[in-house]
Structure formats: structure tokens, C-alpha cells
Design a protein around this ligand. Structure first.
Ligand code: B12
Ligand code: SF4
Length: 359
């Protein structure tokens, strides 16, 4: 490490420069934290003890690496956390889609290009700029890609507070943003955290369709529609199918009802712009995509990761919840015996729901 990165005054100046570079690269806020996550570690342990992770084995299999950055990346002294806003503009107003059972609701974060790709590239550029200043910099960039406690780190770095829905939010931006990090070996000065402004509000807890926020700050993933439609590769438990409504990929309800999102601004990042009308497409149209069309239309999108079977499974449930129509039943039947037992069972459930509505 060169002398200049050990001089506190020069380090202060480097932080100012990092924040400027970060802004130009398209991150709306940047903060720096130390690596002590001892409090969050206990809360993570408690979450795992309750089995709230469901089948997300990657949440439990890394031991303390997730809560101890220097165990994951030896030599790490600080973490640079960044915020990147994603709410796409223009896009159809979310409630108007959620209230029309013939349309499919896709989480607003997944309407455009995969954020992992967008953010990783920018973080890599930011790290290279810092490296230009300090050639002995050791770093590693992350975006939801390794055992990292992203929200706890961003909270420490002053990017916002963890709300009762467990997402990070801020007074100026609400919660429609992604997080990314750079682990570094420079002793940069750290930022202060910000206080919580959830107050007595419980909107997210009350309005969660599946009551997945089992206590303030605690999400039981096994109940969360985001988990059920994205992470879960198996059958969706019957008790959650009706509450899913027309949510076919992820869920935004806890963010939609949060009063702080009144202050959020749409993202100017064109990579997050809506593709293939996914902000308000008809369920029947989406269900009729064959696998080739699914792969073509989700190229570069986070949706592709769930695979065609889960996609059809999710849409089948939403069609079961849509208004009765013989066309819906025929379309559901058209995919029977094509994607295996698990999907067939959801299609049968959906047809049953339709038939019950036919009177
Ligand atoms: C696993 C995961 C999920 C799981 C589990 C969610 C969860 N709450 O853990 C599922 C699949 C359900 C999910 C859903 C979503 N996710 Co997600 N997910 C993650 C992931 C990979 C890990 C999160 C984690 O560490 N969970 C472990 C538990 C212990 O953490 P926690 O719930 O946050 O607990 C903290 C606090 O709530 C608090 N706490 C916990 N218990 C208690 C108890 C008390 C008494 C108190 C006071 C505090 C407290 O302390 C804990 C530690 O800091 C991160 C990426 C990453 N590597 O960090 C993205 C991430 C959190 N997800 C993200 C997003 C966008 C979403 C969705 C909005 C997507 C969608 N629209 O469908 C939903 C939101 C659902 C919700 N309400 O959480 C973003 C959030 C950005 C932000 N602004 O916060 C992240 C950071 C990805 C990213 N890089 O941007 N996700
Ligand atoms: S994302 Fe939806 S299902 Fe999950 S906790 Fe939030 S409101 Fe509940």
C-alpha cells in the first residue's frame, strides 16, 4: 500500500472522488462502511434457525462468510455500497395491472435488462478507477452474487434504513433500488448510518397478500410470493395460489404500499426500460409463448433464470385466478402433458378454479 492511501487527508479526498465517479457511472448514492456486522449476524442466524430461507440453501451453506466480509475476502477493511434506482419509466401504473386479473404482473425490477449485468459492469469500472489511484488496491465486486449481507452493509454505509418489510429504503428515494458492493483493502473513512423512519406504520405487514412478513423486519421467504414464483422450483403450496392473484414473477406489494415510495423517482437507466410489454401483458398471450419465444423474449432479463416450466406454472396459477372464460380453459388445456407432472398439477388446479366460476 502506498503512503498516499495511508494519509487520512488524502483518503478523505479519495472518498469524495469515489462518490463523484460513482455518480457519473449511474449510481444514485454511494457510502462506505467498516466490516463489523456482528448484530446482523445474530439476526441472520435467527432467520436461518426459523428456516425462513426455505430451499435457498445458498443462504445457509457459507457459515459466517456472509456476515464477515474478511472471511469471504481476506484483507477486506471497508465496503463501498452503491444504490441504483430501477423503477422503469415509462411503465404502466402497478395497481392498474394488479387490479386487472386478465393481465400478468411482473415485479418492476424485472421488466428490463438483468441488474446483475448492469451493476457488475459499472462496479468493475469504479474499481478500476480506484485502482488507478492506488495500484495495490485489492478488491472484489458483488451484486447479489455471493454470500454478502447487502442490506446490512448498505445500512451501515448510510444508504438508508432496513424497513419493516426488510428492504432498504431512504427518505429521498423510497426502496425501488438495487444494491451492489466493492470489498476493498483500503482504510477509507466511513459514513454514518441513518435513523429509521418507519415509525408506527405497518402498511407492508398488513397488506402483504400472503402474510409473509411474520414480524417487523422478518420475512418468511416460504410465504413470500417473490420466493414462491422465482426461487421455488417445486409446486406452489395451494394456500398461496389465490393470494398470488396475477403476480407471475416476484411481488412488489410491500413496496407499493410504503408511504416513502411516494418520494421515489423513476430510473433514467435505459437498460431497465420495459421490454416486450412485460409491464402489462395479457396472461393468455404470455401463457401461449412457446419455449423458444420465452428464451428469445427473456434474453438478458432476470426472468430467464426461472426457466420455462416455472414461468408456465406461475401463469397457470394467475389464469386460475382470472375471470371465467372458455378460452382460458382451452388455452390451459393446450399445455397439458407437455411440461411434466408439477406443471400439469397447477394447470389442473387452474382449470378447476375456472370451472367453479362458470357456475
Ligand atoms: C434471499 C433474498 C430474498 C428472499 C428472502 C428475502 C429476505 N428478506 O431475506 C426472497 C426471495 C423472498 C427475496 C425477495 C425480494 N427481494 Co431479495 N434478496 C435476497 C438476498 C439474496 C439475501 C437477503 C438476506 O440476506 N436475507 C437474510 C435475512 C436475515 O436478512 P433480512 O431479512 O434482510 O434481515 C435483516 C433485517 O430485516 C434485520 N432483521 C431481521 N430480523 C430482525 C428482527 C428484529 C427484531 C429486528 C429489529 C431486525 C431484524 O436484520 C437482518 C440483517 O440485516 C439479497 C441479496 C444479498 N446478497 O443481500 C436480495 C435483495 C435483498 N433482494 C432485493 C429485492 C429487490 C427483492 C424483492 C423486492 C424482489 C421482488 N420484487 O420480488 C423482494 C422483496 C421481498 C421482501 N419483503 O424481502 C434487493 C433489495 C434492495 C433493497 N432496496 O433493499 C436485494 C438487496 C438484491 C440487490 N442486490 O439489490 N429476496
Ligand atoms: S414481496 Fe409481496 S409476498 Fe413478499 S413480503 Fe412483500 S408483500 Fe409479502
Amino acid at each position: 500500500m502506498s503512503l498516499k492511501t495511508l494519509d487520512p487527508e488524502l483518503l478523505e479526498r479519495l472518498v469524495i472522488q469515489i462518490k463523484k465517479w460513482s455518480l457519473t457511472l449511474g449510481f444514485q448514492k454511494t457510502g462506505i462502511s467498516d466490516i463489523n456486522l456482528s448484530q446482523a449476524e445474530l439476526l441472520l442466524e435467527n432467520w436461518l434457525k426459523n428456516n425462513f430461507q426455505g430451499d435457498m440453501d445458498y443462504m445457509s451453506k457459507h457459515g459466517t462468510k456472509r456476515s464477515r466480509p474478511d472471511e469471504l475476502e481476506p484483507g477486506t477493511l471497508r465496503v463501498i455500497s452503491v444504490r441504483m434506482d430501477y423503477f422503469p419509466a415509462p411503465s404502466k401504473e402497478p395497481w392498474s395491472v394488479l387490479n386487472d386479473a386478465s393481465l400478468g404482473y411482473v415485479s418492476r425490477y424485472a421488466l428490463g435488462r438483468d441488474y446483475h449485468k448492469v451493476i457488475r459492469k459499472k462496479l468493475q469500472r469504479l474499481a478500476s478507477l480506484i485502482e488507478g489511484y492506488e495500484p495495490e488496491l485489492k478488491y472484489r465486486v458483488f451484486v447479489d452474487s455471493a454470500p454478502v449481507l447487502e442490506k446490512a452493509l448498505a445500512e451501515k454505509a448510510g444508504l438508508g434504513w432496513i424497513g419493516k418489510h426488510s428492504n432498504l429504503l431512504s427518505r429521498e428515494a423510497g426502496s425501488w433500488f438495487f444494491l451492489g458492493e466493492i470489498y476493498i483493502n483500503l482504510p477509507l473513512p466511513i459514513d454514518n448510518d441513518v435513523s429509521s423512519h418507519c415509525g408506527k406504520c405497518t402498511s407492508c405487514i398488513d397488506d402483504c397478500p400472503t402474510k409473509a412478513i411474520v414480524a417487523p423486519y422478518q420475512v418468511d421467504a416460504r410465504r413470500c410470493i417473490s420466493y414462491l414464483t422465482i426461487e421455488n422450483k417445486k409446486s406452489i403450496p395451494v394456500e398461496f395460489r389465490k393470494p398470488m392473484g396475477n403476480r407471475i414473477y416476484g411481488c412488489d406489494d410491500c413496496q407499493l404500499v410504503c408511504p416513502w415510495n411516494k418520494f421515489s423517482e423513476a430510473s433514467s437507466e435505459t437498460d431497465y426500460s420495459v421490454r416486450h410489454s412485460l409491464d402489462c401483458e395479457n396472461l393468455l398471450t404470455l401463457f401461449q409463448w412457446d419455449e423458444e419465444t420465452f428464451l428469445k423474449n427473456t434474453e438478458g432479463s432476470p426472468i430467464r433464470r426461472i426457466g420455462y416450466s416455472s414461468w408456465i406454472r406461475n401463469i397457470a396459477v394467475a389464469l386460475g385466478n382470472s375471470p371465467y372464460s372458455s378460452k382460458v380453459i382451452n388455452t390451459l388445456n393446450s399445455k397439458k402433458n407437455t411440461l411434466g407432472e408439477m406443471v400439469d398439477e397447477h394447470i389442473s388446479w387452474a382449470i378447476e378454479q375456472q370451472e367453479m366460476k362458470s357456475g
